[in-house]
Design a binder for this molecule. Structure first.
Ligand SMILES: [Zn+2]
Length: 191
């Protein structure tokens, strides 16, 4: 890790959120350039969401001198618009979504990095299309939670009014019971 990357990470760890955002913008500005030849032409060779932040870590290779370096980028969700059920629009608010997710995840064995990574992955796709339906947000978060924790999934789905009545809620629970049984049987067969 380069010295300026280390400095940045230390600052990021200790800074408050608004300061973090500011640091991020500075860091992106300085770090897109090749540290060796200052060229701004480069290719991404690897990309992933970092575990403990809302950033994407990208491994880049300079197109001029082939030097490899790493950038940490914050998703530009500032321009993302949410289209609500009644067709009105509002600015996307990650904190609001995260609060909803945490309500569903309360007292479940789910850590902050897991929630961070889940939301960041989804955001990457939403940002590309500039506008996202609130229904789509709810459904995609539900799909992710289904893989992470079934109790959190059911809680989230009920909060987001995905169950029209008590009968469809009941059917979902039965479906999950079946899935869990199938999974157990698969595990037994493998062992
Ligand atoms: Zn270079």
């Amino acid at each position: 890790m380069a010295y300026h990357e280390l400095c940045y990470l230390v600052m990021y760890k200790i800074a408050e959120k608004p300061v973090r955002n500011y640091l991020f913008s500075l860091f992106i500005f300085f770090d897109m350039q090749c540290p060796r030849c200052q060229s701004i032409k480069n290719s991404v060779v690897d990309s992933r969401v970092t575990d403990h932040s809302r950033a994407i870590r990208r491994r880049r290779e300079c197109d001029e001198c082939e030097y490899r370096f790493t950038t940490f980028e914050r998703l530009r969700t500032a321009d993302l618009i949410v289209v609500k059920k009644d067709k009105t629009r509002e600015a996307y608010d990650r904190d609001k979504l995260e609060r909803g997710v945490w309500k569903a995840c309360e007292k479940r064995p789910i850590s902050q990095p897991i929630v961070d990574e889940m939301i960041s992955e989804l955001e990457e796709a939403w940002v590309r299309s500039k506008e996202v339906q609130s229904i789509q947000i709810g459904e995609e978060v539900m799909e992710k939670l289904k893989d992470i924790d079934l109790v959190a999934y059911i809680r989230f789905a009920s909060v987001y009014n995905q169950f029209a009545d008590i009968e469809s809620f009941h059917q979902a629970i039965i479906g999950l019971g079946q899935e869990a049984r199938e999974q157990r049987e698969k595990t037994v067969k493998v062992n």
